[in-house]
Design a binder for this molecule. Structure first.
Ligand code: FE
Length: 338
C-alpha cells in the first residue's frame, strides 16, 4: 500500500530518509494524493530552487503515522484531499499555523484556514449529472431541486457518509439551517432509485444503464470518465449540471496542504508552500486531475474549460468543516444509507 520515493533523485530506504531530515536542501512531504498528481509539481520546484522533495505516498494512515513519529517525524508538509480529512489532521494536533503574505495573497480567504493550519491547492465542484435522454436541459437547476418529489425513484448517490456528500450536506446546513436541511435530505432520500452504493463514477454508470436519471458527483470525474475507454460512454450519456447558478453557486471542495508542527525543514517547507500556490504550480496541479485552480486568474485546462464556466459557492471551507459532524449526525438520523 505504501512506498517512498525521492522525486528527481535516488530512492531512499527508511534509514537514509530519516537521516537526511535535517539537511538544508530538502523538504519531506507526506502525500495522501497519488504520485501522478504531485510529482510534476515537485520536479518543477526542485528545478527552480535546488531543494529536493522527498515524498511518502499512502492512501491512508499518514496522520496516525505523523502522530506516532512524534517530535522525530521527518514530515514537513501533509498534502491531502477533502476538507473533512484536512480538518482531521488539524484536530489530531499535528499541524502548525503558517502566516505568510505570498500564500495568503494567492489563496482567497474562504479557501484557507483563518488560523493558517491548512490551505487549499485545488478545488472541485459537487456537480449534478443528468441523463441526456431523460432530463431536459434546465429541468434540474439546484441541489434543492433534488428533493422535489417529481424525481421520485430517479436519483443515485454514493454513501451519505462519504466525505464528498458530507461536505455538500454541511453546506446545506450552512445555508438553510439544520431543520430545513434535514427535510431536504429526507426528500433526497425519498427520491433515491436504490440504496446508496459505489463511487461517484458508479452513479453515472447507473444513469447510462437506465437505473436512474440524476446523480451527484465531483466535476473532475467527468474528465476522468471521458479519458477511459470503458467509462467514456457513461460520461457521454449525461450532461454535467453546475447547480445553483442563480443564487449561491456550486458547492466546492478542495485538496490542500498543511505544515507539520514538528517540521524539520520549516523554511524549505514554506518555500514549497509558496510555490504550490503560485501560477506555475497552480496550472499544473489543477490540470492533471481536471480540477480548478484556487489562485484567481490561473488558466483552466482546455477540456475543463469546455464544460463551461460557473459560479462557485464561496462559503468558507472552514464553515463546512465545522458543520460536518452535524451533517454526519443528520445522515444517521434519517437513515440515508438504509
Ligand atoms: Fe475523488
Amino acid at each position: 500500500m505504501e512506498f517512498r520515493k525521492v522525486i528527481g533523485g535516488a530512492v531512499f530506504g527508511m534509514t537514509a530518509f530519516a537521516a537526511t531530515l535535517a539537511s538544508a536542501q530538502e523538504v519531506n512531504v507526506y502525500s495522501l494524493r497519488q504520485e501522478f498528481l504531485v510529482a510534476p509539481l515537485f520536479e518543477k520546484f526542485t528545478e527552480q530552487t535546488g531543494v529536493k522533495v522527498n515524498v511518502i505516498f499512502a492512501e491512508k494512515g499518514l496522520v496516525e503515522r505523523i502522530k506516532q513519529e512524534g517530535a522525530n517525524s521527518p514530515a514537513d508538509i501533509l498534502m491531502t484531499v477533502d476538507i473533512s480529512r484536512i480538518q482531521q489532521a488539524v484536530d489530531a494536533g499535528v499541524t502548525d499555523s503558517v502566516s505568510n503574505g505570498v500564500i495568503d495573497a494567492n489563496i482567497p480567504a474562504h479557501l484557507r484556514d483563518p488560523e493558517g493550519h491548512w490551505f487549499a491547492l485545488t478545488q472541485r465542484g459537487r456537480a449534478i449529472y443528468a441523463s441526456k435522454d431523460r432530463v431536459a436541459e434546465g429541468e434540474i437547476a439546484s441541489y434543492e431541486d433534488l428533493a422535489d418529489p417529481k424525481w421520485e425513484g430517479k436519483i443515485c448517490t454514493r454513501s451519505g457518509t462519504h466525505d464528498y456528500n458530507i461536505a455538500l450536506f454541511a453546506s446545506m446546513i450552512a445555508v438553510h439551517g439544520e431543520e430545513k436541511a434535514k427535510t431536504w435530505l429526507e426528500g433526497l432520500k425519498n427520491n433515491l432509485a436504490r440504496k446508496p452504493q459505489g463511487n461517484d463514477r458508479g452513479q453515472v454508470k447507473a444513469i447510462k444503464e437506465g437505473e436512474c436519471d440524476l446523480a451527484i458527483g465531483n466535476t473532475y470525474y467527468f474528465g476522468k470518465m471521458l479519458d477511459d475507454e470503458e467509462q467514456r460512454t457513461w460520461a457521454e450519456s449525461v450532461n454535467i449540471v453546475f447547480p445553483n447558478q442563480n443564487d449561491r453557486g456550486m458547492s466546492m471542495n478542495i485538496s490542500g496542504m498543511s505544515l507539520i508542527k514538528s517540521a524539520p525543514n520549516r523554511d524549505n517547507a514554506v518555500k514549497l508552500m509558496e510555490f504550490l500556490t503560485g501560477d506555475v504550480a497552480q496550472q499544473i496541479y489543477a490540470e492533471v486531475n481536471y480540477e480548478y485552480p484556487v489562485k484567481p486568474g490561473v488558466e483552466w485546462a482546455e477540456n475543463v474549460k469546455s464544460w463551461g464556466t460557473f459560479k462557485a459557492d464561496e462559503l468558507p471551507l472552514a464553515e463546512i468543516a465545522r458543520l460536518s459532524p452535524d451533517a454526519i449526525k443528520m445522515v444517521d438520523q434519517i437513515g440515508y444509507n438504509e
